[in-house]
Design a protein around this ligand. Structure first.
Ligand SMILES: *Cc1c(COP(=O)(O)O)cnc(C)c1O
Length: 386
């Protein structure tokens, strides 16, 4: 993927050959820990910061750079930096941008390990954290008074609640608050938060960005200034760097990202229709296009609130194509008891528990045939209600 004509559609530039040596269409895999120098003068120049050639893979690697360049362009950001995991991206971002005494306003029902990072690491370090309904950031801007950083996840990945990013960014700018969003659910195919004024976008690239359930990785996209801060501080010092082979797999995954997201949307649209008409279903949580400004599509991750008629363990056990498992965003369909996984991160009176329905089940719709998947759901519902 080369930096070329800005006007090209995402599908087109993601499909361009990388332009590697010998006409290779994929980027070379630099599976090396270090890069050597031919002479003392060039080494000295590199150490003095007069050149930016690769030195050591903990901080810089051309295969990783190929992924970072593509992600920056996809999100419409100036720069990007890859990490070993989504949590590596989240913790490295927060530690680079916060200091003891700062205040964070975070969305309720945030990714469970992000919640644990806030409560078990950042709070003891001296950062104050308050949790708010995702809609409150746009509707009640006073909550940003005295806040350093607003941490968003929209849609969030268990309750599927949304935040109006444009309105939130506008309020945040007025209050001098930095905004960070976990955009893993929508991907840049369906939502580009930087264009709505959000400061920092991050992803668990383990999900849709990879798309093949074979990689754990993360990435942060932002301004040159913020990415330089991460590269100068938490990337080298925490060392949660993205490995070259994982980056190579991610570049491979990105080639099909728009096509996969369209297919997930096609299946999800049919599921929302059919699930909503079932008497065993109290509510389907699946934000669609324009359910909030700037969201242009529906991903394959949705949650379903079942009525008392459904025995949830029996439902899960009866499914054949939906495997029981955490994570999501791959080719394979998954089911998980969302109420259990969300609540395990915090004590009973915590923000993780507030308003979470007991009978919430999350589905990650994969790339299987939609009719095969639907027959599986119907059969499992019959078994679980008998
Ligand atoms: C999985 C996930 C993460 C954490 O990513 P890892 O790659 O597993 O570290 C963060 N946010 C969301 C929404 C996730 O689903």
């Amino acid at each position: 993927m080369t930096q070329s004509d800005e006007a090209l559609a995402m599908e087109t530039w993601l499909s361009q050959p990388h332009g590697g040596p010998e006409g290779s269409v994929t980027p070379p895999l630099f599976q090396t820990s270090l890069f050597t120098f031919d002479d003392f003068a060039s080494f000295e120049a590199r150490m003095a910061g007069h050149s930016d050639r690769a030195l050591y893979t903990r901080v810089q690697n051309p295969t990783v750079a190929a992924f970072e360049t593509a992600m920056a362009r996809l999100e419409g950001g100036a720069a990007a930096v890859g990490f070993a995991s989504g949590m590596g991206a989240i913790s490295s971002t927060l530690f680079a941008l916060l200091k003891p005494g700062d205040r964070v306003a975070c969305v309720e029902h945030v990714y469970p390990d992000a919640f644990r990072l806030f409560e078990q690491v950042l709070r003891p370090w001296g950062v104050e954290i308050t949790y708010h309904a995702p809609r409150a950031f746009a509707e009640n801007p006073e909550l940003l008074d005295g806040v350093t950083l607003a941490y968003l996840e929209s849609p969030n990945s268990s309750m599927m609640e949304v935040t109006d990013l444009g309105a939130t960014a506008e309020h945040a700018r007025r209050h001098g608050v930095l905004t960070v969003i976990d955009n893993s659910w929508a991907t840049p195919v369906f939502q580009r938060p930087l264009e709505q004024g959000i400061d920092v976008v991050l992803h668990s690239a383990s999900k849709y960005i990879s798309g093949h359930s074979d990689t754990v990785a993360g990435v942060v996209i932002s301004s040159d200034e913020i990415i330089a801060k991460l590269r100068g501080l938490t990337l080298p010092l925490f060392g949660a760097k993205l490995a070259p082979f994982e980056a190579w797999l991610l570049v491979r995954g990105l080639r099909t990202l728009p096509a996969r997201m369209r297919e997930h949307q096609r299946t999800a649209d049919i599921f929302v229709d059919r699930l909503s008409s079932r008497s065993e279903v109290a509510k389907v949580r699946s934000p669609g296009p324009n359910s909030v400004p700037g969201l242009t599509g529906r991903s394959g991750l949705m949650s379903v609130e079942f009525t008392d008629a459904v025995d949830i363990p029996r439902f899960a056990d009866a499914l054949k194509h939906f495997r029981l498992g955490v994570s999501w965003g791959g080719f394979e369909s998954l089911v998980v008891p969302a109420a259990i996984t969300l609540k395990q991160a915090g004590p009973k009176n915590s923000a993780q528990h507030f308003g979470v329905p007991e009978r919430l089940v999350r589905l990650s719709l994969g790339l299987e045939d939609v009719e095969d998947l639907w027959r599986d759901i119907e059969r499992a519902l019959d078994t679980a209600t008998a």
